[in-house]
Design a protein around this ligand. Structure first.
Ligand code: ZN
Length: 91
């Protein structure tokens, strides 16, 4: 591009003043929690008034996985953050 056509700082900034990303729309779920529009509710797992995500089962799965990970860390000899906290509490 020729220097004559180059947009100056002011023109560049004026153009870019409209490029900001707005925050996503939030709506309230029937359970009362805030959720993003067109997404399943993270707290009750409902979408369009019917359950699409088993929240309780997901929580159980998450706990099982963290437990398994901690066990593997302990067996490999690495200490997790929780055990470190216990050690500091003793001293
Ligand atoms: Zn909900």
């Amino acid at each position: 591009m020729v220097v004559r056509m180059r947009a100056n700082r002011s023109k560049t900034r004026m153009r870019r003043s409209h490029q900001a990303i707005s925050s996503g729309r939030l709506s309230t779920c029937i359970c009362g929690a805030l959720r993003r529009a067109h997404r399943a509710c993270p707290s009750c797992g409902k979408y369009n008034n019917r359950i699409v995500v088993d929240v309780v089962e997901r929580e159980k799965r998450l706990q099982r996985r963290t437990k398994k990970r901690e066990k593997e860390l302990r067996e490999s000899g690495q200490t997790t953050g929780e055990t470190k906290e216990k050690e500091t509490a003793k001293t």
